[in-house]
Design a protein around this ligand. Structure first.
Ligand SMILES: NC(=O)c1ccc[n+]([C@@H]2O[C@H](COP(=O)([O-])OP(=O)(O)OC[C@H]3O[C@@H](n4cnc5c(N)ncnc54)[C@H](OP(=O)(O)O)[C@@H]3O)[C@@H](O)[C@H]2O)c1
Length: 345
């Protein structure tokens, strides 16, 4: 017997990817229900070789649903997740609404799967921000071996991180530049085509942006509160996959060769690191893939025990949909939930 799974935000970038990944990985479903806003009533979405018609979230009855993959933004999640959870359905949320709540586990299965046990307090599990997910997958095996003291990360984040409107804006502006039409920023604060923008999410009082703050706070919650991290988050004109330039300072001495060997064995990581033209990964190549790719591993001799590397992953997959499905797999594989239909039988 399988699980009844609802996907909220099924017509969005992440939601569609969730449906694909559930099918690709053969998640044990009895039924999948795609949900979105009333704008999308009846919109067809693919689930494996099936076509499903989208239903409306408002007033949907979750009492026989086992797992809800929630991917419709923070406001929708704040309003709906507690109501859905109260109906005995475990919510795995992709927004930032619940990530910093002490009663909600924030999970990247390769890093802190054991922290999932606390999920019953609210029946909600949070998925981290896309840039944090790939970063902690890369940092965890190095932290276990050498103990991280400080991380400096600069991100190069694709427009799909801003939803389908972000992708449309890059496409539209690129077309406009070629045909010499006026270029109008709508979703992003400045032109994104043939440009980049050092500003993602709102500004905080200290001058960092919320996206940068999220990386700091989430790395501490998932990996280790003692880790110091500073980030600069930049939106770049790439459709899919986030890239990161990472500098790490460890407590113990590290060599690039050792770090490469450790990362080669790490779950979820693929090392592509040849010191020759093209011997590294780019966002275009990582799109549609599950791995967190690491390239350009080298010792950083400007600090004691320093290491630098380049990290790329598909933000819609490991940064969102894949991680959410992996969390659902942890629930199932560890027998933390049973299908409601089985309990009733
Ligand atoms: N993109 C990423 O890299 C990424 C990574 C991590 C987390 N996330 C998070 O994932 C969520 C979705 O992102 P996305 O990129 O998929 O955005 P998106 O492409 O803009 O899609 C948004 C989805 O939410 C639905 N929605 C909006 N308002 C709704 C409402 N009132 N009731 C029900 N459904 C509603 C939309 O339905 P309609 O089509 O009917 O409007 C659509 O299906 C966000 O919380 C985002 O922060 C995204």
């Amino acid at each position: 017997m399988g699980y009844k799974v609802a996907v909220v935000g099924a017509t969005g970038n992440v939601g569609r990817e969730m449906l694909d990944i559930l099918a690709e990985r053969g998640f044990p479903v009895s039924e999948v229900v795609p949900l979105a806003s009333s704008r999308s009533l009846g919109t067809e979405v693919s689930f494996g070789d099936k076509t499903l018609k989208t239903k409306v979230l408002d007033n949907y009855d979750f009492s026989d649903v086992d797992i809800c993959l929630m991917s419709a933004g923070g406001d929708v999640s704040k309003a709906w997740s507690p109501k859905i959870a109260a109906q005995g359905c475990v919510v795995i949320d992709n927004s930032s609404a619940w990530r910093y709540d002490a009663e909600v586990p924030l999970i990247v299965p390769e890093v802190n799967a054991d922290a999932i046990v606390g999920f019953t307090k609210k029946n909600i599990i949070a998925n981290p921000n896309c840039s944090t997910a790939q970063l902690v997958v890369a940092l965890k095996p190095l932290h276990d071996e050498y103990q991280i003291k400080r991380v400096v990360v600069s991100t190069y984040q694709s427009v799909s991180g801003a939803g389908k409107e972000g992708m449309d804006e890059l496409f539209e502006q690129t077309r406009a530049v070629f045909v010499t039409d006026p270029v109008e920023p709508k979703k992003f604060p400045k032109r994104i085509a043939f440009n980049l923008i050092p500003h993602i999410d709102v500004f905080m009082e200290d001058g960092f942006t919320k996206e940068e703050w999220k990386m700091m706070a989430e790395t501490k919650k998932i990996l280790d509160p003692k880790i110091k991290l500073t980030a600069t988050c930049v939106r770049v004109p790439v459709f899919i996959s986030h890239s990161e330039s990472v500098n790490v300072e460890f407590a113990k001495p590290v060599t690039a060769d050792e770090a490469r060997d450790i990362l080669r064995e790490a779950p979820g990581v693929l090392v592509i690191d040849k010191h020759e033209p093209g011997g590294y990964i780019t966002p275009h190549e990582a799109a549609g893939e599950d791995a967190t790719y690491i390239s350009r591993i080298r010792e950083d001799n400007t600090v004691e025990n320093g290491l630098a590397f380049w990290c790329v992953s598909d933000n819609l997959r490991k940064g969102a949909a894949l991680n959410a499905v992996q969390i659902a797999e942890v629930l199932v594989n560890r027998k933390l939930i049973k299908p409601k239909a089985e309990k009733a039988a």
